[in-house]
Design a protein around this ligand. Structure first.
Ligand SMILES: Nc1ncnc2c1ncn2[C@@H]1O[C@H](COP(=O)(O)OP(=O)(O)OP(=O)(O)O)[C@@H](O)[C@H]1O
Ligand SMILES: [Mg+2]
Length: 395
């Protein structure tokens, strides 16, 4: 960690936010739990896992941990946060798909985010691997006229336009995939810019009206059929470009109960969760951060709204993973790592000034806080105490 990285880390910790890029370095405790999570990343199979922890007890931290770990294990990763501000709804697979594309990250150093880094890498792989059967079938051996190797015909159109197009076309493709619902009345524009303008490069025998009739540009028809297909294509393309697949992380998943106010939206959202669990529609790995009472709350919502036809038992089969809270020893260890980072960030030696007993008493005090505030409180207090000492040291 260099000094500017350490400064960013300290700034995050000062606010009680897990420090991007360095979460693994600042992770303490929960050894066996963390081992079993990383073991999950070694497995080939997909499927969903609910990560349960109380408010403030490390859900976001753990998702960021998984993200770092997955990137270092050569997975493509995308994180979607479902809180009230993000305006992505889990019943809307077109929105979920768009957000996954927007936040997609490929394992490079430094990590790169967004559809551009992903598609550029895919195109690179297509160009470099002329003998790869999958890519040959996707591109129809370089003719690019037609192929149904990908599940989603929209994805084929998008990838092809990316391959032949310049930055302006790529911007349209990104914007379309990020918010496809805004393009419902712009099918003609999409046809023109992504298909017709490339007449010199490929011969797509379909006429414009066939694209509209077949809903090629539409991600929501038939229960978001194409959104699911395109999502699975992201996983397949990742695998064929040499990655280990796509890992999707959902934070603030409780949003499906608190912010979806319509029961049929909630039912759809629950069903989407089960689709991720069964892996029928998407074969990559997914992780959902929730509080321990999540499944009970879901059942309660359904009962209150008389949704007796819903199969409640499916909530009981969802694999869950409960996080134990951090203990005093963990927080002490964490405080020492923070102290080291503060020293690197501001180029001083806090351990010469901050007495061990002082650090201990900060942690002892934090242990008195309510369990859900403990970790955040301890971290913020340690940073504050270090900030104060540094100010005195400087003057
Ligand atoms: N295992 C851990 N090791 C070190 N720090 C941790 C660990 N777990 C959580 N933390 C730290 O505790 C604080 C709170 O964690 P986090 O933000 O992940 O909680 P949360 O469950 O997402 O909270 P909320 O319910 O508010 O979203 C963060 O600063 C985080 O970095
Ligand atoms: Mg959180």
């Amino acid at each position: 960690m260099n000094s500017s990285e350490a400064q960013q880390v300290i700034e995050s910790l000062r606010k009680g936010i897990p420090p991007n890029g360095f979460v693994r370095h600042f992770t303490v405790g929960r050894k066996t739990e963390i081992e079993s999570l990383t073991e999950r990343l070694q497995r080939i199979s997909g499927g969903a896992l609910l990560l349960q922890a109380n408010y403030g007890s490390g859900k976001t931290h753990l998702l960021k941990f998984i993200k770092e770990e997955a990137l270092s294990r050569n997975y493509v990763v995308s994180t979607v946060t479902l809180d009230a501000n993000s305006s992505v709804r889990f019943n809307r697979m077109d929105q979920i798909f768009g957000e996954i594309c927007r936040n997609i990250e490929i394992p490079t150093f430094p990590p790169m985010q967004g559809l551009k880094s992903f598609f550029d890498r895919i195109i690179f792989s297509i160009r470099e691997n002329k003998n790869n059967q999958f890519w040959n079938e996707v591109t129809n051996y370089g003719l690019w006229d037609f192929s149904d190797k990908l599940f989603s015909s929209a994805m084929f159109v998008a990838l092809r336009a990316w391959y032949f197009g310049g930055a302006d076309v790529q911007n349209i493709v990104s914007d379309w995939l990020y918010q496809s619902w805004n393009y419902k009345s712009q099918r003609k524009k999409l046809y023109q810019k992504l298909v017709n303008d490339f007449e010199r490069h490929f011969r797509d025998s379909r006429r414009d009206w066939e694209f509209y009739r077949d809903n090629v540009f539409n991600f929501s028809y038939n229960k978001y059929y194409q959104s699911w297909g395109a999502l699975n294509d992201l996983n397949d393309m990742s695998l064929n470009a040499g990655f280990n697949g796509l890992v999707i992380l959902f934070d603030e998943f409780e949003d499906v109960i608190t912010n979806l106010n319509n029961i049929s939206y909630q039912e759809t959202a629950f069903m989407n969760l089960f689709h991720f669990y069964t892996g029928e529609k998407f074969s990559g790995k997914t992780f959902f951060a929730v509080t321990p009472s999540f499944t009970e709350k879901c059942k309660k919502v359904l009962i209150q709204k008389d949704r007796w036809h819903f199969d409640f038992s499916i909530f009981d089969v969802l694999p869950t993973f409960e996080l134990s809270p951090l203990d005093k020893k963990d927080l002490r260890e964490l405080s020492i790592r923070i102290l080291d980072a503060h020293g690197i960030a501001y180029d001083w030696e806090p351990d010469l000034i901050m007495k061990n007993s002082q650090l201990r008493s900060i942690i002892d005090e934090a242990m008195l806080a309510q369990i859900q505030d403990r970790a955040r409180y301890a971290i913020k207090s340690v940073v504050n105490a270090l900030d104060d000492l540094y100010e005195d040291y400087e003057s």
